[in-house]
Design a protein around this ligand. Structure first.
Ligand SMILES: *Cc1c(COP(=O)(O)O)cnc(C)c1O
Length: 392
């Protein structure tokens, strides 16, 4: 199925599947490490790249290719390469487009491990990163140098749900001969398609909403060819962080319900955010669906929904924040997100625990802050569980 005129919901269910001679209705899992050839000449032609086809599952696998084709169609990108994790997607992108002497500009509010990759490991390869305020376009402008290769960001950001203007940053990137890379983890293509807004490349952690049920670790890079099909594919095939066929199958089936789930996550998150806003023990609520959110209009213009994450500040700092978290009986105390199960976490002592107090203060990750990734349980049960500690 390659008909890109289909609607999003149809692409999510029908695209990418190449039915085999068995005429299976649901997509098959090809759990095989290698593939056989008709004869020696065919093997030679495959290895020489003269004939398309499978050789070995570190390079290509039909189940993984089905996931790649489907996700590419959903993001509106030409191609996709799946990876073993979200971090493998970001690393592969770096290895494919950067070399010693290059420079990146990254939002300061990116996933903690991304900060470590850019700040600790890339400098060893002679690659420097400048970190900037996600929502300050002037700061992005000032940070760009002659050797800057790409701008990198997540929007909405984690955990404060700040929104970057993707079109404005795409223009800025292109005026400076840079690529704009978006980590589209929080919205997924169901709510936001950055390529349509001018971004060049998308990275994903399939571990989150793409799977959606907390079962696998995976990732993907989406964008134009030959950058994806040759450069990034070659890095993954050489360095090894390919996605396993089983994980690809789980994520592939996850995509089929992505739009429905993102819609339901968004609805519940907004309901929770509105209720938290009314609570006397809550000082502040961060969710782009609230009219009080500073980039509410921007979020409305570039997203089809506001996403499933809500962060809020309780009065009384760490002690009260921990009290609220520990009073929950149903929601899971875990840093993961993008699951049908609601999760709750204290960023200042977990995901952002190793960030210096100064950076925490400047990025707004205070001791009273709690992040909830709203799942798909009954909203009354979610609200009651989180309000247990707030009411006490
Ligand atoms: C989880 C996450 C990653 C890393 O993905 P893994 O699959 O854990 O490697 C990258 N970016 C964002 C925004 C994430 O939430």
């Amino acid at each position: 199925m390659t008909d890109n005129n289909f609607g999003f919901d149809t692409l999510a269910i029908r695209s990418g599947h190449r039915r085999t001679a068995e005429l299976e209705h649901s997509e098959a899992i090809f759990t095989t490490s290698s593939f056989v050839f008709e004869n020696a000449a065919q093997a030679a032609a495959r290895f020489a790249g003269d004939e398309p086809g499978n050789i070995y599952s570190r390079f290509t696998n039909p189940t993984t290719q089905a996931f790649e084709a489907r996700l590419a169609a959903m993001e509106g990108g030409q191609s996709c390469v799946a990876t073993a994790s979200g971090m493998a997607a970001i690393m592969s992108l770096c290895l494919a487009v950067l070399q010693a002497g290059d420079h990146i500009v990254s939002s300061r509010s990116v996933f903690g491990t991304t900060t470590t990759l850019f700040g600790k490991y890339l400098p060893r390869l002679g690659i420097e990163t400048s970190f900037v305020n996600l929502v300050d376009l002037e700061e992005w402008k000032r940070a760009i140098r002659g050797n800057t290769r790409f701008l990198f960001l997540e929007t909405p950001s984690n955990p404060l749900m700040e929104i970057a203007d993707i079109s404005a940053l795409a223009d800025l990137a292109h005026e400076n001969n840079c690529l704009l890379v978006i980590d589209n983890c929080f919205c997924t293509p169901a709510l936001q398609r950055p390529l349509e807004l001018g971004a060049d490349l998308i990275v994903h952690s399939a571990t989150k909403y793409l799977d959606g049920q907390g079962r696998i670790v995976g990732g993907a890079v989406i964008g134009p060819d030959p950058l994806i099909s040759e450069d990034i594919f070659a890095v993954i095939r050489t360095t090894g962080p390919s996605m396993s066929p089983f994980n690809a199958w789980v994520a592939l089936k996850g995509l089929e319900t992505l739009a429905l789930r993102m819609d339901a996550h968004s609805q519940r998150a907004l309901q929770l955010a509105r209720m938290l806003q009314q609570h006397p023990a809550v000082e502040r609520v961060y969710h782009p669906g609230l009219e009080s959110h500073p980039q509410h209009e921007l979020a409305k213009s570039q997203q089809a929904g506001f996403g499933g994450v809500v962060s809020f500040v309780v009065n009384g700092g760490r002690e009260n924040a921990w009290r609220v978290i520990d009073a929950t009986e149903m929601v899971s105390i875990t840093a993961n997100l993008g699951d049908v199960k609601t999760t709750i976490t204290h960023p200042a002592t977990t995901t952002h625990g190793r960030v210096s107090d100064e950076v925490k203060a400047s990025t707004g990750i205070g001791e009273g802050l709690i992040r909830v990734a709203v799942g798909l349980e009954n909203i009354d049960d979610i609200v009651n569980d989180i309000f247990r500690g707030l009411d006490a």
